[in-house]
Ligand binder design. Sequence first.
Ligand SMILES: [Zn+2]
Length: 403
Amino acid sequence: MDFEFAAGLYYNYFQYKEELFRTKRVKHSDIIKLINGLDNNIFVVSNQGESYCGREIKLVTAGKGKKKIFMWSQMHGDESTATMAIFDIFNFLSGKDGFDSVRKKIFDNASLYFLPMVNPDGAEQFRRGNYLDIDINRDAIRMQTPEGKILRNTFDLIKADFGFNLHDQNIRYTSGNSHKTATISFLAPLFDERGTINVTRGNAIKVINGLIHIMNNYIPGHIARYEEDYEPRSFGDTFQELGTSTILVESGGWKNDREKQFIRKMNFILLLTAINGIVDDDYENESFDLYNNLPLNKESLYDLILRNLRIKDQNKVSIIDIGINNTEEFDENSGNTNIISSIEEIGDLSNFYGTEEYDFEGYYAEPTGGRLKIGDKPNLVIKKNEQIKYKIEDGNLIHQSLQ
Ligand SMILES: [Zn+2]
């Protein structure tokens, strides 16, 4: 894979970033506006069908070469990171600058197919399932969702050499047993229980191996492997079995990137580098070593951990850690996102990590609203010798008073 090309994308990203997307709440009307504005000298747009609620699902094609690369995103309505990146890629492909020779090479040697936003009804509500709340990615066999049928029909139409199955994962996954978020997780989905590696799946692993080399420059330690379970009802496993080298990319968390704009940039770099590497056959020189040694996704992160607090009750003193997570509550009327913090775990969290951590050795906590319960909005007063008081608001530790 081409390190220099990736670096060029990294430093010039601002030129291609689609400014219409400011937050991760990408809607169908946004992408239709952008698709309608695409340069028809470069892109061909076709309507592949309609979602349950009648929203058009569009296929965007560019290039006229032999190598077929298919990318689909937002099959889960609240997983929009790659959708944003795909529109950045459209801006790159329609640019005119120092990358012109790369563009020409890509258009001459590859045909690119993009199905951004497979699940527009889910995107409208910013939720995983489709209109009936069916998980489209468990519908590859039964085929009851119009969106799943459209994805499958489009796949059959293209018969791509490479497929990129683009998702977002739990933002609190870490890369193995570390405090580092799994910002990008990869998987070459399995097509059988045994995890056989044939040529199709082997090529997917080689592409991922190359992408790990590239991503190690930008997010070292923040790359992981997605759970390796064979799931025949999912599209990735099905497409791998049908002979398209399929690569699952899961965008996870990154500190202070709630709207996923940095991770979107990483998607832009890795997807374009993959296209370029497939066109150049660079992936053929890759081994499986980095892929095989990737730490697995692990759920070992809280947004905030308060450690070693003492709780005094009925003459007993207990030493506890408190794990607190933030959830988002979107207000349609104001367009604001409110952050709700709640206590997820009380007890020994010594083998967990916090995005933020505070050590309260020597302090004791008093729950101001009665007993400390899981699910509580944290409302504690933390004291040391009656001198310092803290309150937790929206996951932030607020210094209340010095007496
Ligand atoms: Zn997903």
